[in-house]
Design a protein around this ligand. Structure first.
Ligand code: ADP
Ligand code: XUL
Length: 522
């Protein structure tokens, strides 16, 4: 009974999934929501309150604390000594700033002590800017200028200079607080920070998550000296090394074994939540597309190298399975749906009923769902933009809002996914089949919900298995890994043919209205 453990440290929660690779089943899954279960940190939807809506940070000590607490649950519920390997996924782009190396910082005190105080003492910056932070437009302009423009940066790193990406965040930190930057010995991604806690030493970052930094030469899968030099002085020595995603980066540190009863499990490099979701969904077939409806909504799929630089606002990342993946990210995902739900005074069941009981295209209204600053397309000034019906009843407003989200997903993913055969769905909102129906209708493709809404954590467990077997010289193919875990054809949500023409017209109108609003805003 070989067991593999995968974590997903997302925006709002930490999830652990344990799989049995012989029986191809999930044997245990548990989640810990930051706001509720680590309430002392005072987060809302996983982030710290801020007077400036563009500044969005979270406390890294909370993440360390969460890891420890979830291990208490794991040790109480399963035989953790049987876990052969561990890996993880984390929200992408966020950065953790340490004043000293983690090996010496974590070695302080007794192995049985909680990890939080040691992590706190090692931080050069108490909080970590995360992917929702959009306070770095000036730094993005400076980075693009230094590297020959956004086109050149896209060709080099796979993305234009992005506010949430780590290069701009590091540059802002170094500019605003040079003394704190000078004290910084190591800048980790959230993924490599969490992996470091497990191995008790500074962990490398995997190539897939490193692609979300504007610092990696995506074709060569190594740091770009030009990009690093443009970001901040002396940055190279502060960055972890880059490894290929399936690398075994160490053994679970002694303290976790002593405290919780784990064995000497291999730790496989952590990656970003989106690359990990691709693994968890078994996204290996050409023509398959993933729609992940988590805190962010993301749309992604495998692509070739010639997609690099092809889109202004989308990204090409290194895939955790080798090759490349193309991705677009929308900030107005689940939190925006929650705000609409609350405004309309319903619960999720009421939200689903509103979608079920209303007709497509919501009485002709077009809604651009920008309740908060949007990433795709870039919209710094939040606010719903609506056209058409003047006063919408609550149910119609909900429908128009979700249709607006689905239209944006389709329009902004056309550069890499023109002909979609099949969509794999993930994320908390993929439990809502009425939302998936609108996605199916707008994309004119069937949507398969995953076996778990946390495909990122499942992907992490599968990556632990994959890395462990590869290191043992008996590799398992990605298709083999996902078989059984990602097989959900029976639950498919099929597009309704009579809606195709209606939604094609809506897509045209949505695109024209979006262009008009962006022109007006600029
Ligand atoms: P993340 O991994 O980014 O933290 P999740 O994938 O766990 O986020 O998704 C959490 C979100 O799922 C919540 O913010 C909530 O809005 C959404 N959600 C949960 N259940 C439903 C539902 N039945 N319908 C729509 N959205 C839902
Ligand atoms: C992707 C992105 C988000 C985060 C949080 O580029 O910013 O999807 O990974 O989930």
């Amino acid at each position: 009974m070989p067991l593999y453990l995968g974590f997903d440290l997302s925006t709002q929660s930490l999830t652990a999934v344990v799989i049995d690779s012989d029986r191809r089943t999930v044997v245990f899954q548990t989640s810990l929501a930051f706001d509720r279960e680590l309430a002392d940190y005072g987060t809302r939807s996983g982030v710290l309150p801020s007077t400036d809506p563009q500044v969005v940070h979270a406390p890294p000590v909370m993440w360390a604390d969460a890891l420890e607490r979830i291990c208490v649950v794991l040790a109480a519920r399963i035989d953790v000594s049987q876990i052969r390997a561990i890996s993880g996924a984390a929200q992408q782009h966020g950065s953790v700033y340490l004043a000293r190396d983690l090996r010496s910082a974590l070695a302080v005190g007794d192995v049985m002590d909680p990890i939080g105080p040691r992590v706190r003492a090692a931080l050069a910056r108490a909080t970590a800017p995360i992917w929702l932070d959009c306070s770095t437009s000036a730094q993005c302009r400076a980075l693009a200028t230094a590297l020959g423009g956004d086109g050149a940066l896209r060709a080099l790193t796979g993305s234009r200079a992005c506010e949430r990406f780590t290069a701009a965040q590091i540059r802002k930190f170094a500019e605003d607080t040079p003394e704190a930057y000078a004290r910084t010995a190591r800048v980790h991604l959230v993924s490599s920070f969490m992996a470091s806690l497990l191995i008790g030493d500074d962990a490398p970052v995997d190539a897939a998550d490193a692609s979300g930094m504007n610092l990696m030469d995506i074709a060569a899968r190594r740091w770009s000296r030009e990009a690093i030099d443009a970001a901040a002085p002396g940055l190279e020595s502060r960055l972890p090394t880059i490894v290929e995603s399936p690398t075994v980066i160490g053994t679970l540190a002694h303290s976790w074994r002593r405290r919780f009863g784990f064995g000497a499990a291999d730790v496989v490099a952590w990656t970003g939540d989106n690359p990990s979701t691709a693994v968890g969904l078994g996204l290996t077939r050409a023509g398959d597309l993933a729609v992940s409806l988590g805190t962010s909504d993301t749309v992604f799929g495998g692509c070739e190298a010639d997609a690099i630089g092809a889109s202004d606002d989308g990204h090409v990342f290194a895939s955790a399975m080798g090759g490349y993946m193309a991705l677009v990210c929308f900030a107005n995902g689940s939190l925006a749906r929650e705000r609409m739900r609350d405004r309309c005074g319903v619960d999720w069941a009421g939200f689903a009923a509103a979608l079920r009981d209303t007709a497509p295209t919501a009485g002709g209204a077009i809604v651009l769902p920008w309740l908060s600053a949007e990433i795709t397309p870039p919209v710094p000034r939040p606010g719903l933009r609506t056209r058409g019906a003047l006063r919408l009843d609550a149910a119609t407003a909900i429908r128009a809002f979700v249709e607006g989200q689905a239209c944006a997903m389709r329009l902004h993913s056309r550069w890499f996914a023109l002909h979609v055969q099949r969509i794999r769905a993930a994320g908390g909102a993929s439990a809502n089949r009425e939302i998936l129906q609108i996605v199916a209708d707008v994309f004119e493709a069937e949507v398969l919900p995953g076996t778990t809404t946390d495909a990122a954590a499942l992907g992490a467990a599968l990556r632990a298995w994959h890395g462990d077997r590869a290191a043992a010289g008996v590799p398992v193919s990605w298709d083999d890994l996902a078989a059984g875990f990602a097989d959900t054809t029976a639950d498919a949500v099929r597009p309704i043919a009579s809606r195709a023409a209606v939604y094609r017209r809506l897509l045209e109108k949505h695109e024209a209205f979006e262009r008009e609003c962006l022109d007006r805003d600029s």
